[in-house]
Design a protein around this ligand. Structure first.
Ligand code: SIN
Length: 527
């Protein structure tokens, strides 16, 4: 059982900052929501635990999916999304995503996002499980960086929005089912502060860092999901973690994503013997849904006794390859590899969380005043497996809907104070060693292939760590560790419950999908 707070405090003794609209996180979901909110409120605050651009959005390569091509339509995008989601998507949420998506993307373009064009038209690429070319990209493979640039510039230039960097959101402050604020740790001045707001939006991203092998930056530690859970918010679909099939696998080198768009443009996968293997596993070959490609790779690794498979683009025009993927080309060159001519060693790594804080169709949660959007949220739009490049779109569409909802209902803050006083001193918690142990435990037992025995081993270890929750988390690193443990435990519990395989959740002891499990697992802590 998670403890309610990470630190001891008394809100009456802390400095309090008042604002109308408070957003946690500065990726696409957080910044776009702030931009829209500023049309209606003049005191919008964005808190981010590092710099404004230290986000997963910044690293997104492939692009943003939207049905804007001449042979495409929202109906086709809808069908592809549902199919990838393995019968677990919420159809209404998907309908909203695909119908509102093109308009939101157009707004990004009007804000200055320079998506790549060919002959004056948007140049659309393909990725796994899409039946049309519908992925917009920028500077070839630097789509996220372009979107982050545009939104950061927009928000920084808006006097109605204040961005506070180096502010770690510690815990939500609630009373009687209403979220009225956030307890934060100001890293610059080493002090706790209370932010009181009528609307609190969690846009803190996923939790890839709970795994040893991940594409996510170090900041992505599940903070928003964990704090919402501790406060009594419902979380949903936590067992569904998407592993990306092609992440650079070079010893001693950071796991760097090799975009699915590389396969979309014709790249193939070969095993240690140099044989192309994907057509043996799925009719869509290298562009099969991600979970299928991941398991095929794991099977090849086992059969061949190797540690990686290889991406090959040797059959493609090298000028096209280098021009289309400049960021990947440059990153590989730093490690002595040529994307166009070499075999690129890759293996899967944790990439995206389909689950998160359960929301309705306007980002609203079961706590009044609390909303969530982006990867931290779960409206059921991705089901059991997200369709490639739907995540940036999700952040835009559902972020925008929060503003509409909050305008109509303007949920009220209460006049409350909160005291948390039951935690012991933080001695004996070796934060960085525990972080590494947690990441290895999750990688080994709660990765792309799971069994009841492995999941129980992981849960037993979390139980052993129960004492940590009785200790105060005195530093941001310790707070992150606590958040990671809370999220990891939720993933593991849900994965053990779901006795079937579906999308990103694969149980080798229950390898097929079962009709009776065509439902969501929703978890809420008793408060
Ligand atoms: C990629 O570029 O392969 C990642 C795109 C995504 O995860 O949607």
């Amino acid at each position: 059982m998670a403890w309610r707070y990470l630190v001891n405090f008394d809100t009456r003794e802390l400095e309090t900052v008042e604002c109308a609209f408070l957003i946690l996180g500065s990726g696409i979901a957080g910044l776009y929501t702030a931009h829209l909110a500023s049309r209606f409120w003049d005191d919008v605050v964005v808190l981010t635990k590092r710099g404004i651009d230290d986000t997963a959005t910044e690293r997104a390569q492939g692009g943003i999916a939207a049905a804007v091509g001449p042979s495409d339509s929202p109906v086709l995008h809808y069908g592809d999304t549902l199919l990838a989601g393995s019968d677990l998507c919420e159809p209404d949420a998907v309908r909203i995503l695909v119908n509102e998506g093109p308009g939101r993307v157009q707004e990004l373009i009007e804000l200055g996002a320079a998506f790549d064009r060919a002959n004056g038209r948007l140049d659309l690429t393909r990725e796994g499980a899409h039946t049309r070319r519908r992925i917009l990209h920028a500077a070839g493979d630097a789509t996220g960086a372009e979107i982050q640039r545009v939104l950061s510039t927009t928000v920084r230039g808006n006097h109605r929005i204040k961005v506070l960097e180096n502010h770690f959101a510690v815990d939500l402050l609630t009373a009687g089912g209403i979220c009225w604020g956030v307890l934060t740790w100001d890293k610059t001045h080493d002090r706790l502060t209370v932010f009181r707001a009528r609307v609190v939006v969690i846009a803190t991203g996923g939790a890839g860092q709970v795994y040893r092998e991940t594409t996510n930056p170090r900041v992505v530690t599940g903070d928003g999901i964990a704090m919402a859970y501790r406060a009594g918010a419902e979380v949903m679909d936590m067992e569904f973690v998407q592993f990306h099939p092609t992440v650079l696998a070079l010893k001693g080198v950071r796991r760097f994503l090799i975009s699915e768009a590389v396969r979309g443009e014709g790249g193939i996968l070969v095993n240690a013997k140099g044989e192309r293997f994907m057509p043996r596993y799925h009719p869509q070959g290298e562009l099969a849904p991600r979970d299928v490609v991941v398991r095929a790779i794991l099977r090849e690794l086992e059969t061949e006794g190797s540690e990686c498979v290889y991406l090959s683009l040797r059959h493609l025009d090298p000028v096209m390859v280098r021009g289309r993927f400049p960021t990947i080309t440059e990153q590989l060159a730093r490690n002595g590899l040529d994307l166009a001519c070499d075999l690129i060693p890759v293996s899967p790594a944790a990439h995206y969380f389909m689950g998160g804080v359960k929301t309705g169709l306007h980002g609203e949660t079961n706590l009044r005043g609390l909303y969530a959007c982006g990867e931290a949220a779960c409206a059921g739009v991705h089901g059991a497996n997200r369709l490639a490049s739907n995540s940036l779109l999700d952040g835009l569409v559902f972020g925008g809907r929060i503003v509409e909802h909050a305008r109509a209902s303007f949920p009220g803050a209460t006049d409350s104070s909160v005291v948390g006083r039951d935690l012991g001193p933080p001695d004996g918690v070796h934060v960085s060693a525990l972080r590494e142990e947690l990441q290895s435990l999750m990688q080994e037992h709660v990765g792309p292939v799971r069994t009841a025995a492995g999941l129980e081993t992981a849960l037993k270890r979390f139980e052993d760590w129960g004492w940590i929750r009785g200790k105060e988390a005195g530093t941001p690193d310790a707070m992150e560790l606590r958040d990671m443990i809370d999220v990891a435990e939720l993933i593991t519990e849900a994965a053990l419950m779901r006795n079937e395989s579906r999308g990103g959740h694969y149980r080798s002891d229950y390898p097929v999908s079962r009709q009776r499990w065509k439902k969501h697992i929703i978890i809420r802590r008793q408060v």
